[in-house]
Structure formats: structure tokens, C-alpha cells
Ligand binder design. Structure first.
Ligand code: NAP
Length: 309
């Protein structure tokens, strides 16, 4: 499978490239800006891919609210550009396409109701992939963390909470938003299995089980061998700010009906990640520095959650 990977230096892209080895034609942001017609055409001509896997996105939630034109340029128009190249497209989307108002998990056929610019743009990107792509596959996922971290946020959520604790800060994390935090190494394998199975349309691929951000944080501390109090907080949606779904849990009836393997549980994957990344042993000075809380409303002490989705 000769695969062109966009956003290849990101969390998911890095793991896909590692799994694909010499079948991967990896393009980082600096090597391929998917908002450029000519750059995209050149990359397709250079690689003649059999599949393109789009891992690039504009996905800082608060920045998307402030810069909707950029969100739509990367999350929608660029997806149409990739889909229109005549090569099967695998596009990665998000649980945020649902409003999270109901208690049950959301399956692939449930009606989306996005509640933020990011989520609206990702839903439109799904439609762009399916409308303009040949045999497109849309993979919705949630709460990603991976070995490459999340450069634009000073590390992923796991790295950031560990860095805060090691810097001596109090941890206060929301307990009313539920999700399936998903290790990108597991997601990358599941995506490749779906491609091999020639899956098309929309599928949900997330870790098994579900937890709140507070429960996730407690598990991070436990697997890292740290005894730390984690204060439970409640979600506060500021007027005009990002509306984060309370129930971000996805079901996968369609993925199951296609015979795709379930991902392992979020807790088992987290333990593996912390071990593989050496996070239990890393001294404080080697971790990423905490993000500037004042500049990141999503990470205010009373409402710590992730701000990229
Ligand atoms: N992270 C999550 O929790 C989460 C949850 C659900 C769904 N998703 C979706 O999963 C996918 C992968 O997420 P991830 O966590 O792996 O993200 P990531 O680590 O931030 O990687 C995304 C990559 O896209 C690159 N990029 C941004 N704009 C680009 C452009 N115009 N052209 C080419 N590359 C560009 C970024 O480069 P720079 O850093 O240089 O900008 C970054 O390397 C995205 O579609 C995201 O919406 C993520």
C-alpha cells in the first residue's frame, strides 16, 4: 500500500509512518501545506499514492473560534482538494461532531450536531471527503495522545498534566466530560486494518471503555507512580466560547459490522504509553513545560481539559 501521509509529523501521522515503513510517503506541514493547490498536486505527482491518509488539521478549539476562515480552509477546503485527486482518501474526524447532550454513546449513524467552529468545520470536512472523494473513508476518533506529543500545545494532555504536577501545581480537572482517550499507536493500527478491509464511509475508532477527564488524570498519575490529589471540577462553558460535548463517547456498530477489531481499553493503552514514553521515570526538568494557563482558557485550573481535538 503506497500511502501519502499529510500532517506526518503530528501525533497520529508519526505512528502511521512508523507502521507503514517504506510504504509511507510522509509529508510534514513544512513539506506539504494542504491549503496549496500546487503543493498538493506536486506531492501526488511525486508519490503516485494508492491511498492518502489526511492527518493534517487546524484543531486548537479556541483558535478555531477566533479564526474560522483558517479552520474552514484546512478542515474543509483542503479536504476537498485532497479528495479530488482521484485517489482513495482516509480522513480523520472527531467525536466533537456530536453535541454530547444525551447519555448514550453515539454510533456512526447518529445525527451530528456540532457546537463549535472546530466541530462544524470537521463535520463539513467529512462531507467534503465523502462528496468529492473516490471510496473515501472517514474515521472519527477522540482524545488523542501519542509518542510524538502535540507540538503546538507543549505536549499532549498526558505530558501536560505530568509536567504541571512536577512543577508543583494543583490539578483540577473536569469530571463531567466523558470520552475514550485514544493512543495514536493503536489508532494507526486500526486505520491500516480498515484500509486493508477496504472500509468506506464513516467509522468510529476509539479506545475501549470510557472515562471522564478526571478519571483519565487519576489513571495517568497512578501509572506514572505519582500520589497526587486531583480536584474534581465542573465544565463551565463561557458565553461565546467553545462548547465541549459532555458525552463524547462513541459506539461503533458500523465498524463492528465490517468485522474490524476493537481497540484495547483506554486504561491498558495508557499504561503502555506511559511505559513506552518513559514518563514514569522522567525527571521534572525533562518534561514539557506547562502551558500558559492565562493564555489558554481551556486549561484554567477549574476546567482542565484538552484543547485540541
Ligand atoms: N488530538 C485530538 O485529541 C483529536 C481528537 C479527535 C480527532 N482528532 C483529529 O485527528 C487528526 C490528527 O490529530 P493529531 O492529534 O495527530 O494532530 P497533531 O499532532 O496536531 O498533527 C496535526 C498535524 O497537521 C499539521 N498541519 C496543520 N496545518 C497543516 C496544513 N495546512 N498542511 C499540512 N499540515 C498541517 C500540523 O503541523 P503544525 O503543528 O506545524 O501546525 C501537525 O503536524 C486531526 O484530523 C484531528 O482533527 C484529534
Amino acid at each position: 500500500m503506497r500511502a501519502l501521509i499529510t500532517g506526518a509529523a503530528g501525533q497520529l501521522g508519526t505512528d502511521l509512518v512508523a507502521l507503514l515503513g517504506d510504504q509511507a510517503h510522509a509529508y510534514s506541514h513544512s513539506e506539504l501545506d494542504i491549503s496549496s493547490d500546487s503543493a498538493v498536486a506536486r506531492a501526488f505527482a511525486e508519490t503516485e499514492p494508492e491511498v492518502v491518509i489526511n492527518c493534517a488539521a487546524f484543531h486548537n478549539l479556541d483558535v478555531c473560534e477566533r479564526e474560522p476562515a483558517n479552520a474552514f480552509a484546512i478542515n474543509v477546503e483542503a479536504v476537498r482538494r485532497l479528495a479530488g485527486q482521484g485517489v482513495p482518501l482516509v480522513h480523520v474526524s472527531t467525536n466533537y461532531v456530536f453535541d454530547g447532550r444525551r447519555p448514550e454513546p453515539y454510533g456512526e449513524d447518529d445525527l451530528p450536531a456540532p457546537r463549535s467552529i472546530y466541530a462544524v468545520s470537521k463535520l463539513a470536512g467529512e462531507y467534503a471527503a465523502l462528496a468529492y472523494g473516490r471510496n473515501a473513508l472517514v474515521v472519527r476518533t477522540a482524545g488523542l495522545y501519542g509518542l510524538s506529543g502535540n507540538a503546538s500545545k507543549g505536549g499532549n494532555f498526558v505530558q501536560r498534566v505530568l509536567a504541571r504536577v512536577r512543577a508543583g501545581s494543583e490539578l483540577s480537572v473536569v469530571d463531567d466530560q466523558r470520552l475514550q482517550p485514544t493512543y495514536t499507536a493503536d489508532l494507526a493500527s486500526a486505520i491500516l486494518e480498515a484500509i486493508e478491509a477496504k472500509a468506506q464511509g464513516i467509522i468510529h475508532l476509539t479506545a475501549g471503555g470510557a472515562c471522564s477527564w478526571w478519571e483519565f488524570t487519576r489513571a495517568i498519575m497512578s501509572h506514572a507512580g505519582l500520589e497526587v490529589e486531583v480536584v474534581r471540577a465542573k465544565t463551565v462553558n463561557a458565553p461565546g466560547g467553545v462548547d465541549r460535548p459532555l458525552n463524547g463517547v462513541l459506539a461503533r456498530p458500523r465498524a463492528d459490522s465490517l468485522g474490524l477489531s476493537p481497540l484495547r481499553s483506554w486504561d491498558e493503552a495508557l499504561a503502555d504509553y506511559i511505559d513506552t514514553a518513559g514518563l514514569a521515570r522522567a525527571p521534572a526538568s525533562q518534561g514539557p513545560q506547562p502551558t500558559d494557563q492565562a493564555a489558554d482558557p481551556a486549561s484554567r485550573p477549574r476546567q482542565l481539559t484538552d484543547s485540541t481535538q
